[in-house]
Design a protein around this ligand. Structure first.
Ligand code: SAM
Length: 209
């Protein structure tokens, strides 16, 4: 993770502002007994909500590269007595989970930050079990982001300059091997930083048939 992203999220770990851009958790369809992971779990709110949905027979991992965020999640789980969760400090470019180990991957407003997005999606495919799914909320850029912004770490940390176009996004999902790719919600274009962006929630399956 780039230093600009780490600095931004170390500060935001102690604030109450919303860091999400869609309803990945609400649309995940998490059910009892499932093993789930939230990529870029931030303060851990969605991990705790997933933990309630999967119950004691299921388990939820939250992974984040900002130590302050990981600590927030662990402390919330301790306070609430939630035991079927684990918050892992780690980078998403190399997800610290075994192959075929989870039923469901969610993520909310994180993947736009990742430089190696194609590698990230291959990692998501690797950790999912056959028939498993991802439900991810993120932003895309209506037009390609000019390189003066996409190469600026501060602008990427602000959740807009790292965005790719909708076609590029969906192409990466297909290239990673996912099928039954479906957009579950999508906003109208809005101004974000120096670009026109849309928020969306997308789902895809690993070997659905
Ligand atoms: C916009 S916040 C979203 C947090 C949470 N998903 C939510 O909806 O509240 C982005 C999160 O992604 C994490 N992050 C960014 N790049 C990362 C990377 N390469 N590896 C792991 N975590 C990363 C940040 O530390 C931050 O907590």
């Amino acid at each position: 993770m780039d230093d600009a992203i780490k600095v931004r999220y170390s500060r935001l770990a102690d604030e109450a502002c919303c860091l999400s851009c869609g309803g990945a958790m609400e649309k995940s369809g998490a059910s009892a007994g499932e093993v789930c992971v939230d990529l870029g779990s931030g303060r851990g709110t969605d991990v705790l909500r997933l933990a309630a949905a999967v119950g004691n027979g299921g388990f939820v991992y939250g992974i984040d590269a900002t130590p302050g965020m990981v600590e927030k999640g662990r402390s919330a789980a301790r306070k609430l007595g939630v035991e079927n969760v684990s918050f892992i400090h780690g980078e998403l470019e190399e997800i610290p989970l075994g192959s075929g180990s989870v039923n469901l991957v969610i993520s909310n407003c994180v993947i736009n930050h990742i430089a190696a997005k194609d590698a990230l999606w291959k990692e998501v495919f690797r950790i999912l079990r056959k028939g498993g799914r991802f439900v991810v909320s993120d932003i895309y850029s209506v037009y390609p982001v000019p390189s003066e912004y996409s190469s600026d770490p501060e602008a990427v940390a602000e959740c807009w300059a790292g965005a790719v176009t909708r076609d590029e996004y969906l192409g990466m999902l297909r290239d990673a091997g996912f099928d039954c790719i479906e957009i579950l919600e999508e906003s109208m274009p809005y101004r974000k930083g120096k670009i026109e962006a849309c928020s969306f929630t997308v789902r895809g399956y690993k070997n659905s048939t």
